[in-house]
Structures are given as C-alpha cells and as structure tokens.
Ligand binder design. Sequence first.
Ligand SMILES: [Zn+2]
Length: 80
Amino acid sequence: MGKRRRGRERQENCVSCGRTVPRDKAVDFNKRSFFSTDLRTGDNVSLFTETDVYYCISCAKHRKIFEKKKKLAQMRRGVF
Ligand SMILES: [Zn+2]
C-alpha cells in the first residue's frame, strides 16, 4: 500500500451513464423540481424538491452543465 490516501475518497455514480467517479472529479448539479396538483381548492398539494445529482466529466460536458454553472455564478454575482 504505497499509495497515499487523501482522507476518505467518496465515490459518486454518474446519473447519466452510471460510471463511478470520485467526488472531486464528479460534477455536482443542483436539480430543482416543483410539483403541484394545480387544484384551486384546499386540496392542492405542492412539493418542492432539491436534489444534488452527479455527472461524470464527459456527461457534464455533453449536457452543457459547465455553461449552466457559469450562468448561475454570473447570476449570483449580479445579485450580491
Ligand atoms: Zn456519465
């Protein structure tokens, strides 16, 4: 065991191709989804979920996640 370990390396699965990628190489993307039954009565049920998904680098590139992240960063910079 000559390899030096940097703490505990977490593995993440790419949601697109299922490849296992180490956490520091995986591209995390915050996926937000909103569900609503759109009922105007009191029975209306709305659900807001926020999940972190991980992509491998090739899938992230293919899905233009880097560009989305850039845009998000710019928007945040504009707000604050
Ligand atoms: Zn992938």
